[in-house]
Design a protein around this ligand. Structure first.
Ligand SMILES: [Mn+2]
Length: 315
């Protein structure tokens, strides 16, 4: 097999996310972390290849892992497989190497993927679509709509995957929810999801709404919408640039005027009982971070998601 090991890859599984053991020593782990350290599709500032390493490092401050809202720790339920072995080359070669590894993992585990730039979401969704045999529901936190039809004259990049996923029937556009959108985009691109029946909450829609009560109308609307799909598997794709650069400066394509860490945490807490089938957290770019703000936020979001899953499974 080609040696795809690069200096920046977390090629050992120790220490894993929250110091979770490697998958080999906990093969029946329900929840498994895997890094996808690829940033070859970044349009602005590269560096997300270092995201998985830094998110894991930030997660080590979570100590015993007991979550203040859910009162549980995900620690005994998780393993970390380290980073996928990928060629740091062209997009298609990377995706071809990624597919069999992803397919094998999602057959056996509930996965949390650490990006990497957001181009990894499309090949992930292809494997989920194949696994479940039906289009998924999608909840997508991002400053960007990611519905561009081309990537600067190339067919695919880190801002095209929602368009590609709808085009290829990987997700149901009516069961697609976007949160935090605010970047420059032509009207038909920016409203692509809502024009096809989905829901978009821009960061402006969310100004001044932080706690559960203030966000209740959004929560109720999203819950009602996802319930229309019955028990449809729902995938969470979280671009850290949904946050305002004040909360997440360490990202490749920052957009001022975004969400606060508290707003996103409220939603992750209040939406913990959705029918989640997996998540990714993309676009953490440590070279632009300050005081590890961005990687700490990313680690807290994943910890909250996992704690919510463990709490919901026990209920
Ligand atoms: Mn983005």
């Amino acid at each position: 097999m080609t040696d795809y090991t690069y200096a920046y890859q977390t090629s050992t599984t120790h220490p894993g996310f929250m110091k979770a053991p490697p998958l080999a020593s906990r093969p029946d782990a329900k929840y498994v972390i895997a890094g996808v350290p690829y940033d070859g599709a970044t349009t602005n500032r590269a560096g997300a290849r270092f995201g998985p390493y830094q998110i894991r490092r930030a997660s080590h401050m979570l100590c015993d892992g007991t979550h203040p809202v859910f009162g549980v720790s995900p620690l005994e339920h998780i393993a970390d497989i380290g980073d996928l072995t990928l060629p740091n080359t062209a997009l298609e070669a990377m995706r071809a190497a990624m597919a069999p590894q992803v397919a094998s993992l999602i057959r056996q585990h509930h996965m949390v993927w650490l990006g990497g730039d957001h181009s990894i979401a499309f090949p992930l969704l292809r494997e989920y679509r194949a696994h479940f045999g039906r289009p998924l529901a999608l909840v997508h936190f991002d400053a960007h709509c990611d519905t561009w039809e081309s990537h600067f004259a190339e067919p695919s990049g880190h801002g095209t995957w929602v368009h590609e996923a709808i085009r290829d029937g990987l997700i149901d556009p009516k069961l697609t929810v976007q949160v935090g959108i605010r970047s420059a985009a032509e009207r038909d691109t920016g409203r692509y999801v809502s024009d096809r029946g989905g829901l978009i909450y821009t960061s402006r829609d969310m100004r001044g709404r932080v706690n559960s009560e203030q966000l209740a109308s959004i929560t109720n609307e999203v819950r009602a919408r996802l319930n229309q799909g019955g028990s449809i598997p729902t995938y969470l794709s979280l671009d850290i640039d949904c946050l305002d650069p004040a909360f997440a400066p360490g990202t490749g394509t920052p957009e001022p005027g975004g969400l606060s860490t508290s707003q996103v945490l409220t939603l992750l807490e209040d939406w913990h009982d959705f029918n989640w089938c997996g998540m990714d957290l993309c676009e953490v770019s440590p070279p632009y971070d300050h005081a590890e703000l961005t990687s700490n936020a990313a680690a807290s979001f994943i910890w909250t998601y996992l704690s919510g899953r463990v709490s919901h499974s026990a209920a």
